[in-house]
Design a protein around this ligand. Structure first.
Ligand SMILES: [Fe+2]
Length: 449
């Protein structure tokens, strides 16, 4: 990997030429070449955004293969971005990164301005499970020209951006285009890219996400669609909140699990957890359950007594999912994670963990507990093919799932609507949690104190 992290005082001119020369590995530009290089470094990248990762706030950017990473300008101080991943097979793009101060007031990457981060976010938007499903036997109407409900993530991203959030949490499952479109089943996905490659990532996530990338910094977590063997290469190249080492992109070195990390704001700490690996199919040693107990225990160790903490995972600790073949039958999610929690010191999350944010179930759900467990919020309905609605009849037919979860049916709410969740500080203290559909209508609202 190339590095170009020279930090120089503000202004362009000769300093920028030096940065760009370092980035492209050249010693001296030919006459006429300097202007081209300057144009490249200051041009808008394909995509750029801010994200909170394990090492703090970062600017990330994607540029075409053969193009040097752009410069980042933070409060008038210019520096080069570091190459996170060079172009490779099926990925004709370079991903770039640079650390950014959480107190920065003005940030640009090349010619693109990025939103200033907030140390005390006031409008936190949570969404997940956003890609257009293309898999054997199940093809969504990705471009809207086919049959059935059109893929909703473009509308979801537009509606979510209109909320003017100052922090966005994506709870995972960014890419669902995993098989070639069968146009006899669904003409609305004709010609779509598929598989773990740049063109798929752009179509399924980056292009429709642009309004949200432009509006606020992100926290991201890894979904099971980003697990090894699915779309792990794009996840590691572009989004993973940890540093990337070349071995990560090999079959042998691809990390299935990863240690949790904390993203701290003035009034709340996020504990970001990787629950991507399928507990039932990993076949790994140690078992997924054992590893998740280790990760959760480590995350619990990051909790500061007296400070509010929320977990961010893809799989919910507690939730209900209808059977896809028989929606009148409900199943409990996620029994492996529940067993992993039981193995933590004290068998539970610390009391300062007051909310658990997740997706994976393609509905909007909230679960409240009377025994001190954190409030569970499932925001997994940002665009991909929905799960069936959980009807009153299904609830009445499945009393065992509420016994298993240790809640009454009234402590569980679900919504069969595309939408998202908005978190705002309440005037009387604590936080207001609002579940919204894409029309902006409030489906549910409650206070966390
Ligand atoms: Fe999932």
């Amino acid at each position: 990997m190339r590095r170009a992290s020279t930090r120089l005082p503000g202004g362009l001119g000769v300093s920028l030429v030096a940065i760009v020369m370092a980035a492209v590995g050249c010693s001296e530009p030919e006459p006429g070449e300097t202007a081209d290089v300057l144009r490249t470094a200051t041009a808008a990248p394909l995509y750029a955004w801010l994200q909170h990762g394990a090492a703090g706030l970062e600017a990330r950017a994607i540029v075409n293969a053969g193009t040097p990473c752009p410069q980042v300008d933070v409060d008038g101080v210019a520096s080069g971005m570091t190459e996170r991943a060079d172009a490779g097979a099926e990925f004709a793009v370079v991903s770039c990164t640079a650390p950014v101060s959480g107190s920065a007031g003005s940030i640009s990457v090349g010619a693109q301005n990025l939103p200033a981060p907030s140390a005390a976010p006031q409008r936190i938007l949570v969404l997940g499970d956003s890609g257009c499903r293309m898999t054997a036997g199940w093809y969504e109407n990705c471009d809207g020209s086919g049959t059935g409900v059109p893929w909703s993530f473009i509308a979801a991203a537009t509606a979510a951006a209109a909320e003017r959030p100052d922090l966005i949490v994506h709870v995972g499952d960014y890419v669902y285009r995993e098989a070639e479109c069968d146009t006899t089943e669904q003409p609305g996905c004709a010609g779509s890219p598929w598989g773990d490659k740049w063109t798929t990532w752009e179509a399924d996530f980056f292009a429709p996400s642009r309004p949200l990338l432009d509006v606020a910094p992100w926290i991201v977590t890894r979904g099971n669609h980003e697990d090894y063997g699915r779309n792990h290469l794009g996840w590691l190249r572009f989004l993973d909140g940890r540093a990337l080492v070349p071995a990560d992109l090999t079959d042998a070195g691809c990390p299935r699990f990863s240690a949790p990390y904390k993203v701290a704001f003035d009034e709340v700490d996020f504990l970001v957890l990787n629950t991507a690996t399928d507990p039932n199919a990993s076949g790994l040693d140690p078992s997924a359950q054992t590893r998740y107990t280790e990760d959760f225990s480590q995350a619990a160790g990051l909790v500061t007594a007296g400070r509010t903490a929320w977990t961010v995972t893809h799989r919910p600790f507690w939730g209900l999912a209808p059977d896809w073949q028989d929606p009148s039958s409900l199943g409990v999610a996620d029994t492996t994670l529940q067993a992993a929690i039981a193995g933590m010191p004290g068998g539970a999350w610390p009391p300062d963990v007051e909310m658990a944010l997740a997706g994976h179930i393609h509905l909007l759900e909230t679960l409240s507990f009377r025994d001190g467990r954190p409030h569970q919020v499932v925001s997994g309905d940002a665009g991909t093919a929905q799960d069936a609605a959980i009807t009153a009849e299904a609830i009445a037919r499945n009393p065992q799932v509420f016994t298993q979860l240790g809640i009454a049916p009234d402590d569980f709410q679900s919504y069969h609507d595309f939408g998202y969740v908005l978190l705002e500080p309440a005037t009387e203290g604590g936080w207001t949690v609002t579940v919204k559909d894409l029309a902006g209508d409030v489906l549910e609202q409650f206070q966390l104190r």
